[in-house]
Ligand binder design. Sequence first.
Ligand code: MSP
Length: 644
Amino acid sequence: MDKKPFYITTPIYYPSDKLHIGHAYCTTIADSIARYKRLAGYDVFFLTGSDEHGQKIQRKAQEGNVTPIQYVDKIVASFKLLWEKLNISNDDFIRTSEKRHHEVVQHIFQKIYDQGDIYKAAYEGWYCTPCETFWLERQLVDGKCPDCGRPVETLSEESYFFRMSKYQDRLLAFIEANPDFIQPVSRRNEMINFIKGGLEDLCVSRTTFDWGIPVPFDSKHIVYVWFDALVNYITAAGYLNNREKYAKFWPADLHLVGKEIVRFHSIIWPVILMALGEELPQKVYGHGWLVVEGDKMSKSKGNVIDPLALIDEFGADTIRYYLLREITLGMDGNFSRDALINRINADLANDLGNLLHRTLNMIGRFNAGVIEKPGETAPVDQELLNLVQETTAKYAEAMDNIEINSAIKEVWALISRTNKYIDETAPWALAKDPAKKQRLNTVLYNLAETLRIVAILISPFMPNTAPKMWRQLGIEEAFGDITLQDAKCWGGLKEGTKVAKPEPIFPRIEEKAEEIAENPKSKVSAEKVDAPEKSVQADLISIDEFAKMDLRVAKVLAAEKVKGADKLLTLTVDLGTEERTIVSGIAKHYTPEELVGQNVVMIVNLKPAKIRGIESRGLVLAASSEDQLAVVTAPGMKPGSKVK
Ligand code: MSP
């Protein structure tokens, strides 16, 4: 059966400067929707590109003593590099300087002129060059551009005009009859009010510069840059050169744009299409802006964030995840480095990374790395299985409604629940009892199978991570061939699959943690107890604050030195309900053999930290003064006993 087509576009970006994280945000949203639709079985055409003409670009090129095409070639190359590094899966990249586009713009201009909807007249008015926008006197704010606040220039020249006014009523009727055409609804209402205010005919040519597409029958006129730019969406769909493709993909399903250009896409563009007798796009979605500490990004404020530097530092998937998870689509969102690091540590390293690591680690230790055949399903398993199914359904519904961060939240709720499932089923306890082997196999299978499905669901957001997870789970099937159907079918993981050695997929970003572990003085220490009265008074805490610390007895099951770190030991401890790994800076005072079998006291609810690449989950208490150190122990107590 033929796949259903889905055509999605980003705006085409101005190559007047390098792209910043705000532009990367827009393209990442489009990419995750495109990837989701492919997963859901659609034949997707995903388009992005560059909007290269206009006075602003011509001026910039002059300033740099290069020709406009030399100027844009260089910047467009940097766009393409960014999209490659961000793992953007566009099917085409359109440049408005390309011949295929010139031909379409000239063809359309001629056609609309021939039918009488474009006419020549004298233009007197206001123009904002940075925004490439004409304004009426009444639209100016304090005499300046209402969009960017910069000064406008008076224009008085002979121009061609597009009879927008003729289409006003038809456009309004269309928008009212198609409630989903403009989203979110706040933008829709804005547009309705704008149209009701009256559509003026639009000036669609300029004569003061020549970097653009000449009007076919009057070459001293250059086609107005928005008329030129909007047409890119049908050029790339094959309007003139590939009618079969055009019939398949036009009308576009989704034009994803920033909120400030919704007006061009939901008023000027539909009217051009109406004049051409072409169908209107299904949806124009206006997303919000990414701001930095509440402020718009700008060169003059020095707060422009370079996405390439962020990708190099944190990795593409991490940046993609942050942008999609942190910001509610349609609303403005703040970019903050601290929030990014928090997300990496909490959601990626801790929740997802840990789940994968714990699961693979247990399969390695208890079942020699083999995913064994599951046995009977207990109620606790059924609850997990039900949640997996529900999550997939809710995820698909959210993605179909372009509610990306809701979809992500659903998946993370499943990840948290699965981490809890490990604690509830306690595979380490099952592993000790040969009579519980079947039960152990079931639990480990359910964990690995849930992770297989989680990888599929997160693949539109994190396309590098998902196949990495599959590889670690030992799945040989190529990730590229999977569909959403594979997430819906429980049991896809074949028994007998051999998992790989777990490797951290998201390193924790916590430089301070290592310092603390290597310097036990910052833990509960004898020095502190001996400290003068005054500071003891100053450090008073309430009983509630003390109660927040979960102190417990833990039995050391194994201990070994951390390679290349002479102060560190890795301890495996039994907490009664679970086993944990802790990295402790006590190697200068204890040999591993001295510790095995001891009941140490540890803080259980400390945030996990990555130390020398090892995830440390907890902290062993030790008294220390000068060069002496003694681990606090609780001989004879049951592992897991509370220390109060
Ligand atoms: N060339 C036009 C679009 C023509 S589409 C036929 C244009 N280009 S742009 O480079 O200025 O902006 C492209 C997109 O980037 C817009 O959708 C805009 O909203 C988006 N963003 C620019 N800065 C942004 C943020 N700080 N945050 C989110 N998106 C932002 O307009």
